[in-house]
Design a protein around this ligand. Sequence first.
Ligand code: CA
Length: 225
Amino acid sequence: MRVLVIEDEKKIASFIQRGLKEEHYAVDVAYDGEQGLFLAETNPYNLIVLDIMLPGKDGIFICRELRKKSINTPILMLTARDAVEDKVSGLDSGADDYMTKPFAFEEFLARVRSLLRRGSEQKAGVLVCKDLELNQMTHKATRRGEDIMLSSKEYALLEFLLLHQDEVVTRTMLSEQVWNEAFDSFTNVIDVHIKHLRDKVDKPFDVPYIHTIRGSGYTLSGNQP
Ligand code: CA
């Protein structure tokens, strides 16, 4: 799950970022409206946390722009003011939910979860590669009907590979999309998790689906290369 936080108050932005990372979300932060709108238009996010008062373009404008362009990512709006007009114009512009700062992180997290659930109910399904199935709602994986127990990282990794089936997935893509970390120091961690995933998903069965592409990364495919 990848979340974009558009918030110019550095303290609040880093508070949100830290908290979401602890919950294993991948988080990008933009500190002004221009950058935020750019990121929201060019990357797939599962949720956008959007402050209303921003330098550059404000949150209401950004929200309208995104909806105009049919980018329907769930949006949680933030404002420092407890003004009814803000709430109304925020929701009018296409936001899904609304929070007034300051807020308790637990409540924020509950709203985030509920929005992500709503977002995934619209498009959640079962990702399939031959006899391997991954349910995005329950996070349950099975192969040939047998349950496979996955850690949350392994789930995220397998989900990403299945969403990009038959494509080459680079370690850079994995470090950014699944771990939200800079690539350099991270190769080993990715390889170790891939190994664990292979031990569960491929090893007990005769045909492997996760293939190493030398020098590039990995691909998940039901077709043998
Ligand atoms: Ca602000």
